[in-house]
Every structure is written in structure tokens, then in C-alpha cells.
Design a protein around this ligand. Sequence first.
Ligand code: NAD
Length: 411
Amino acid sequence: MNAFEEAQEQLRRSLAVFPVSDELHARLARAEREVTVSIPITMDDGSVRMFEGYRVQYSSLRGPYKGGVRFHPQADINEVRALAFWMTMKCALAGIPMGGGKGGITVEPRSLSAQELERLARGWVRAFYALLGPDQDIPAPDVNTTPEIMCWMSEEYEKLTGDTRNAAFTGKALTCGGSEGRGAATSAGGFYVFEALRTHVGLPEHITIAVQGMGNVGGGTAHIFHEHGHTVVAMSDSKGGLYSASGLNPKAVENYKKEHKSLEGFPDAEYISNEELLELPCDVLVPAALENQITRNNAGKIQAKVVLELANGPTSTEADDILFGKGVTVIPDILANSGGVVVSTYEWEQNLKGEHWSEKDVLDKLRVLLNRESENVWEMSVKLETDLRRAAFAVALERLEKAAKLAAQAL
Ligand code: NAD
């Protein structure tokens, strides 16, 4: 199954325990709008190269489309569609006034110079600006798109439209209208969700944790758990990882990577593959890289007690069943990684109101929201006697159903 088929399979399984109207099911079976474009870019050598770009506007039932833009060689319309669907469910579950969308470009960004990357980011905006805007569709960062890239995009949008509110893109750097706390929001959110559910899922006060991926989300996760006294036994980048039963210092690992461009050779730790990382003995496993990492092929070998999904779609539905059978709790992506979109929404709100909130205010507000929604999901799972993924979908579906009923009155 491709990522979108997996996402729809998750929906079908949730509908079996939490049925909704045929109308809502039909609305969630396909995107409202999908656009694929060719983006011409002048390369540094003067040649012109075409790149494929995407925006999927999945659902506007609960508000403007909202979702990141991914730059990745494997990005394609199926992946972007799946991610846009998950954004729809995530925003509904968080209770924020946003719909779901996602975008991307098929590109290996490391093969581009900084100038080519900037031209490509601006080219994506030129292709899509008429469909974007603070009341229409608000993109944000995702894999390989940084706060700086969001600034280029936001500036290009302003140039093309004359809209100076700075609220058409979120996840921007602080220097161009970003929010305090946005950089850490996804990982901090994952930590708040973990804290809210820790005793429910039977974990001790101090835990061991293995983190796959050390970008914005994975790196931030390793830091926040380490800072709170938990033991980070493993970290990885796309090439491989490190394992130390006694614990890694995330800062030292990041510094080593900066200096050596690789994790290989880091002292007092074993160099392992990403596959091995997933199967390590630990309390919490955090996939924080890409989709489809835990599948039927390795789910049986997972030794963690809890999988905290900070990546989108890291666990296949077949793997879900195997993990459930083994008594492993999966805290689903649409809850665990929703901190990013929640703080993006705070950024949009600050931009529209011309306000600037402190980091403490932002993160306190986020913690309150995620405590509440984590409890909601837990209670739903107890009520429906089901796993946390189906329960999270059920909470989201309940809210989408209300919006669908209102929308139907206007038809
Ligand atoms: P990023 O580009 O900052 O980092 C990605 C990391 O994954 C890098 O460390 C990279 O080396 C690693 N990686 C890439 N391919 C890998 C592989 N095959 N195996 C292991 N590691 C690999 O991206 P990010 O923003 O940290 O996003 C990571 C995940 O979190 C994605 O699934 C994304 O959709 C999700 N997410 C991100 C946000 C956000 O705010 N940035 C919010 C919600 C969800």
C-alpha cells in the first residue's frame, strides 16, 4: 500500500468503531483540490531545470487548509495527499480552526546550492500563490524545509500579492515574523503528550528512549527528554545511528555530526543501522524521520513498550496490529506530533493581530491544549475499547462531523 492507501485504511478501521455519516466519509475519501506543477529554475551554471511541485488542499471543513511543504527526492502526489489527509485529522483533533493541506517538491535539496534552493522555494510560491493566503491555505515547514526557507516563501508571497500581514506562511524564523517556541513546538508537544499519557500507558518516571532521525523534530525530542532526566539510548540520521545503553548527550552527538558530517566513530557508542535502532531494547521508541518505518517485517522485533510517533505515518496498519498483539502502545502521529501545527496556528494568530507572545506563553498554552486532547483520546479509547490511533481518529471525526453538518446546511 502507498502512504495514501495506508491513511485511508486507518480511516476505514476507525469508522468500524466510530461510524460517521456517508457524507463525511465521502468528503474524507478524497481531496478537495490537488495541483501538480512544473517549476522552472535557473541553475547556477545558467541551465534551466524543471522540478515537480505539489499542493494538496484536502479539507476546508474546519478552516483554511494548513500543512507543511516537503522537499525530498521521494516526495510525490500520493505521499503529499496522505500527509494532507493526516493534517485534516490532526487539526480537527487539536481543535484548532484549520483544515488540512500539504505540499512538496521532488528534489534532493543537498544537490542544490543555497541560491538554487532559494530560487526553487520562491518558484514553488510563484506556482501556487493564487491558492494560498491567511484565509485560504497556510503552508509551514516539513522535511528539509527550514524557518529560513519559510521566510523566502513568505517574502515572495508578499511581493506577488501585496499582502503585508505575514500570515500566509508559518514556521518562519523569528526575524521575519515567526513565533517564539515554533522551532521546538513539535518535539515539546511530543513530550507533553508523553507526560500526559505516561502513567496511563504504564511507564516509570524515568525512561529510556531511542530516537530515529535528528532533524528539527528528532533532534528536539532527544534534547527535551535528556533535559528532563530521561536516558536517550539511541539517535540517528539518514545514514545510521548510535547506541549507548548508558545514554547519549544529544548536544555532543550533534556537535560530532557537524564536525565529522557523520555519526560514525562517535566515542563510547556503537554505530548501528536505522533498522537496528528500531529494534533496540528501550521504553519509548520515537520514529522522527519518514513514513513506513515500522512494517509487518520488523514490528514483531520491536522491543519498546511505547511507540511515540513524531514522524507522520511511520507505522503501517499491519504493523499496528502486530504491535497491539504484543502489548506495545502506539501513541499516534496525529496526536503526538500536533505541537507543530498548534504553534503554527498561534504564529498565524499573532501575525494577524500584530502581537508577539513570549516563549513561555506559547509553550504553556500548547501544554494545556495537549494535556486536554491527550486525555480526550485516552477516554475515547477506554469508551470504544480500542487503540489510541482509532480513538484519536474518533475524536477528530466527531468534530469533523459537526463541521460537515453545518456545511451541508449551506448546500
Ligand atoms: P528534518 O528535515 O528537519 O529532519 C529529518 C531527519 O530525518 C534528518 O535527521 C534526516 O537525516 C533523517 N532521515 C531522513 N531519512 C531517513 C531515513 N531513511 N532513516 C532515518 N532517518 C532519516 O525534518 P523534520 O521537520 O524533523 O520532520 C521529521 C518528521 O516529522 C517528518 O515525518 C515530518 O512530516 C514530521 N513532522 C514535522 C513537523 C515540523 O514541525 N517540522 C511537524 C509534525 C510532523
